[in-house]
Design a protein around this ligand. Structure first.
Ligand code: AKG
Ligand code: FE2
Length: 321
């Protein structure tokens, strides 16, 4: 189904200098965040700490990275699902993706750069590290606002400590014909929060609860915030996890960078008792993120309409393993 040009994702301004917890501005942004995540599971965050210079640097570095030969990019191996190098495939022929695990640590970006370039690449490392710093700060602000607005801010520290940050950078080749081409198939992220930015070439689409598609137009100094199954489960279904996809329509290539907050191995995702009551019965049994990932790869997982419910929904009692 084509996107509806009249639909827009909520735009929330995070640029105000004094956006500090406890201030009036913080509280009003918090209301907008909660509303957007309940309704759309996503919003655009205007974020002026991403300076135009940093944006140019980020996408310059990503271009250089994807211009490396496939043999070099393929050196980026990872045991973690979808974090190595993903080259064009029959299903997604215009899509390439490269992951860096625990990307808030400069040394992990450096180890990656040492694999790609014989002498490493200081400017790549510093630029990507600055990007990840902005993305992870935004991730934490959003999660703090969510927890505060649900009255469970006492879990904030644990919540942040329960996750790592993986970065995935993507290239979508521009189309050579007038036809729209699929970049990434429709999916719901499985992690907690995803913070995305792009080089000014649009392509990301987010589905509303009514099944309409919103084509998201956003500039390099904005981020799109999308929530995944892990946050929906932890909030006992209060927040809507957004289906999204990428459709390319123009000749120009699109580059994007997504920071994913990912529950640590062994951490059980379990809604706090304050979010479970008569009006809000427990929706999902406690689960481990990697269990959900493994289930997603099974035949039953691939057939599931709403993976989280099939995997650990309380009502249909289909908890696996
Ligand atoms: O490139 C994008 O904008 C979206 C990528 C995406 O959905 C993902 O990596 O999960
Ligand atoms: Fe995604």
């Amino acid at each position: 189904m084509a996107s509806q040009p009249s639909l827009r994702l909520p735009i929330i301004n995070f640029s105000k200098e004094e956006l500090k917890p406890g201030t009036l501005k913080w509280n009003s942004v918090r209301v907008e965040v909660r509303k957007a995540l309940e309704e759309y599971g996503a919003f655009e965050a205007v974020y002026d700490r991403m300076s135009p210079e940093l944006c140019n640097q980020v996408f310059g570095e990503l271009k250089d990275l994807f211009n490396l030969p496939v043999e070099i990019k393929s050196r980026n191996l990872s045991e973690k699902f979808s974090l190595g190098y993903i080259g064009p495939s029959a299903m997604m022929p215009i899509f390439e993706s490269i992951g860096i695990q625990d990307a808030t640590e400069l040394e992990n970006i450096e180890s990656f750069a040492n694999l790609m370039w014989p002498k490493g690449n200081t400017s790549f490392c510093n630029t990507v590290h600055s990007l990840v710093k902005q993305q992870s700060e935004l991730d934490q602000m959003v999660r703090r606002m969510v927890l505060e607005s649900l009255g469970v801010e006492m879990y904030y520290k644990d919540h942040i400590e329960s996750t790592d940050y993986d970065l995935r950078v993507n290239k979508y080749e521009g189309t050579q014909t007038d036809k729209a081409e699929l970049g990434v198939i429709s999916h719901i992220d499985k992690n907690v929060v995803t913070i995305l930015n792009q080089n000014g070439v649009d392509g990301l689409e987010i589905q509303t609860k009514d099944g309409e598609w919103i084509r998201v137009k956003f500039s390099p100094n904005s981020f799109v915030v999308i929530i995944g199954y892990s946050l929906t489960a932890w909030t006992n279904g209060r927040l809507h996890p957004a289906h999204h996809r990428v459709i390319m329509t123009g000749k120009e290539s699109r580059y994007s960078a997504g920071l994913f907050s990912i529950p640590k191995a062994g951490y059980m995702i379990n809604a706090p008792e304050e979010l479970v009551d008569e009006d809000h019965p427990l929706l999902f049994k406690p689960f481990d993120f990697f269990g959900l990932l493994m289930f997603a790869r099974t035949e039953e997982g691939q057939r599931a309409k709403f993976l989280l419910e099939t995997y650990c929904g309380v009502r249909d009692q289909k908890m696996k393993g």
